[in-house]
Ligand binder design. Structure first.
Ligand code: TIH
Ligand code: FE2
Length: 294
């Protein structure tokens, strides 16, 4: 689940209690009545959710399970080639199913004993402060629907494949889980909207789209690269820049396309030293200084 409004389809709840997800006419599922029904039903589950409840069970069609199976198969091969070791090891510990979509409650049940993170359902866009803030408490807001079967290799709209294959595998690592918690603490600590945006962009260019040098090869650790078997084939050819807080916190990006500017950590240690320390201590003043001075 993630940031700005435009790529999350708006969710409307009617007087009679019915829930409608308003897919744009450009959405691959726009003309697919069955898919639209699925989206509405799944959004309704999240709208009625309250923290502390078990995550409601979502029924998926056979076609939806097949999308998961296809993407899992494609990504498994690409992860071996392109993902950092920490991610591969964490994924093995988590042990997600490959042939069917897991329930979010099952993801939580596997993840919680490993790193203390739990999944909670989100119908659509969650306000930035809320989305990041609860990371500090070990909660991860997740969509529950799956991308349309006609475009399995990439979606601009975060779906359960992105949330679980990208983020949950990462959150199964102690080192990553700590970085997510620190990002959450930072989002709670800063006061201005501008500082929150800065924190969020650093998250975007690291935990969503970060790349890292590993044994002289460029690998990916960002969940957004690791959940797309289209984009993961392209990241090495992008404009790769050195890890830099000011640059990450102020660079614009377009969520609807493959990311053409990426920031490279020289090692996991560097990621923790630069980004982890930043999130652990930043406030409005320190962010203003970074923006002013670099
Ligand atoms: N583009 C990712 C995918 O296809 O799995 C999903 C997203 C990640 C971040 C924003 S959207
Ligand atoms: Fe994400």
């Amino acid at each position: 689940m993630f940031e700005e409004a435009q790529y999350f389809a708006p969710v409307a709840k009617r007087e009679d209690g019915s829930v409608t997800v308003e897919l744009a006419s450009s959405h691959p599922g726009f003309a697919d009545e069955v898919y639209r029904e699925r989206r509405n039903a799944i959004a309704a589950l999240a709208l009625n959710y309250q923290l502390g409840d078990p995550v409601p069970h979502a029924e998926y069609t056979e076609e939806e399970h097949q999308v998961w199976a296809l993407v899992s198969r494609e990504l498994a091969v690409k992860h071996q080639r392109y993902a950092i070791r920490e991610f591969l090891d964490a994924g093995e510990r988590l042990g997600l199913p490959k042939d069917h979509i897991p329930q979010l409650q099952e993801v939580s049940d596997r993840l919680y004993p490993l790193t203390g993170f739990r999944y909670i359902p989100a119908a659509g866009l969650v306000p930035l402060r809320e989305f990041y803030g609860v990371l500090a408490d070990g909660y991860f807001h997740s969509t529950q629907y799956i991308r349309h079967h006609s475009v399995p290799f990439y979606t601009p709209e975060p779906d359960i494949i992105h949330e679980v294959i990208g983020h949950a595998n990462t959150l199964a690592s102690d080192r990553f889980a700590e970085l997510y918690r620190l990002a959450g603490g930072a989002a709670r600590r800063v006061e201005s909207e501008g500082a929150l945006q800065f924190v969020s962009k650093v998250f975007w260019f690291t935990l969503e789209f970060g790349v890292m040098r590993e044994a002289s090869e460029l690998k990916a650790y960002g969940a957004g690269i690791l959940s797309s078997y289209g984009e993961i084939e392209e990241f090495r050819g992008m404009d790769i820049r050195p890890l830099d807080l000011k640059a990450m916190g102020t660079t614009e990006y377009d969520i609807t396309k493959y990311q053409d500017v990426l920031f490279e950590a020289m090692s996991f240690d560097q990621l923790e030293d630069v980004v982890g320390s930043f999130w652990a201590t930043c406030d409005d003043d320190s962010i203003a200084r970074i923006v002013a001075e670099g």
